[in-house]
Design a protein around this ligand. Structure first.
Ligand SMILES: NC(=O)c1ccc[n+]([C@@H]2O[C@H](COP(=O)([O-])OP(=O)(O)OC[C@H]3O[C@@H](n4cnc5c(N)ncnc54)[C@H](OP(=O)(O)O)[C@@H]3O)[C@@H](O)[C@H]2O)c1
Length: 327
């Protein structure tokens, strides 16, 4: 896979990474977990050059880092650019508000929490450093400068090579930059969630920060797999999201139909078109599609070779906004 640099002085990574969240958390919770397949998916991702492996202490909590740790033993650690996150408390997240937008809900940005959490993450991941340590969410109760100062300590201590932010505003990136360099920003970006295009993504380009789109497949919707809430397992987290309600899905399917039209003409799959559009937003953009399915992994890797024409990009740019809020 072709590569790009993670931020201005980060490591080289494949232009498409792998999000591991769904392997233990959030999606398909009632399906028995097939750990062996998840492990083979991560190994295959590394073989394919999808080297940025994204996890978080909140996924599970902890089970996702433990899984990734089990994968990376035996000489695989050096092949991965390992990214994890701190600052989101899954246990206290209200499922009705999974974005954690309630005033204090589900966030902990206290410096002591960061200092303690990095050691837990390293233990579970079975490594002495992560390549990218990301602040999952800014805690409104703690000045960002204090949280970011503790994140910077993890770099000084050799426990993290680089530090990044997630779901932040440009003003918040600037505040963090005044304390310590920001390597990356992870935020949702896909054909049906484009807010980052108006500010954060161009700011990252201008400043030499990597932009890591999460949920680049619209949590799977843009692949055309989900036409009704019944297509999702009963306790799947997406069942609670506004865009996945019956009426919203019915309306939003017109987006998928148009993506499928572009895909058919390009000789690609809808997932590949969704990823190719994200990749077209800049060389600093490294999407981290999530999958625990070997077939989907190969499909997603193929997106790196798809070059959409100007007309196809314009058609995708003109897609209607989705019905329903993100959370
Ligand atoms: N920073 C944050 O706050 C934040 C929030 C959410 C996610 N993330 C990160 O971003 C990563 C990706 O986001 P996401 O997993 O929420 O959403 P996503 O990547 O948009 O979509 C994942 C869903 O799409 C399915 N899928 C993947 N490739 C497919 C293909 N080629 N064809 C058909 N279906 C396909 C997956 O199925 P299977 O699972 O069945 O294979 C899964 O249901 C996560 O793993 C996590 O690392 C970060």
């Amino acid at each position: 896979m072709r590569t790009t640099t993670l931020g201005s002085d980060g490591p080289d990574v494949g232009v498409i990474g792998l999000g591991c969240m769904g392997m233990t958390f959030s999606y398909d919770m009632e399906t028995p977990r097939d750990e062996a397949t998840s492990i083979s998916v991560i190994h295959r991702a590394l073989d394919l050059g999808m080297t940025l492996i994204d996890t978080a202490d909140a996924y599970g909590p902890y089970t996702n880092e433990e899984l990734v740790g089990r994968v990376l033993v035996g000489g695989h650690r050096e092949r991965a650019v390992l990214a994890t996150k701190v600052g989101l408390l899954t246990d206290s997240i209200d499922v009705a508000d999974p974005g954690g937008s309630s005033p204090s809900g589900g966030r902990d940005g206290r410096p002591e929490h960061v200092r303690k959490s990095i050691d837990g993450s390293l233990r579970r991941l079975g490594t002495d450093h992560v390549d990218l340590y990301q602040l999952h969410r800014v805690d409104p109760k703690v000045p960002l400068e204090e949280t970011w100062g503790a994140m910077a300590e993890t770099v000084a201590a050799g426990k993290a090579r680089h530090i990044g932010l997630s779901e932040v505003t440009v003003a918040e990136i600037r505040r963090a930059q005044a304390v310590h360099p920001v390597a990356s920003v992870q935020s949702e970006l896909s054909l049906w969630t484009r807010n980052a295009l108006d500010g954060v993504l161009p700011y990252c380009r201008e400043q030499g920060l990597a932009f890591l789109p999460f949920a680049p497949l619209g949590r799977g919707f843009l692949t055309g797999r989900f036409a009704s809430p019944e297509d999702l397992p009963r306790d799947d987290f997406r069942r609670g999201l506004p865009r996945f309600q019956q009426e919203a899905l019915r309306i939003n399917l017109s987006i998928v139909e148009q993506v499928r039209g572009v895909a058919d003409r390009a000789g690609a799959t809808p997932a590949q078109v969704a990823l190719a559009w994200v990749l077209a937003q800049g060389r600093h953009v490294v999407p981290i599609p999530g999958t625990k399915t070997p077939r989907y992994l190969a499909d997603n890797a193929g997106a790196a070779d798809i070059e959409l024409s100007a007309a196809e990009l314009a058609e995708l740019d003109a897609l209607p906004a989705p019905y329903g809020a993100r959370y």
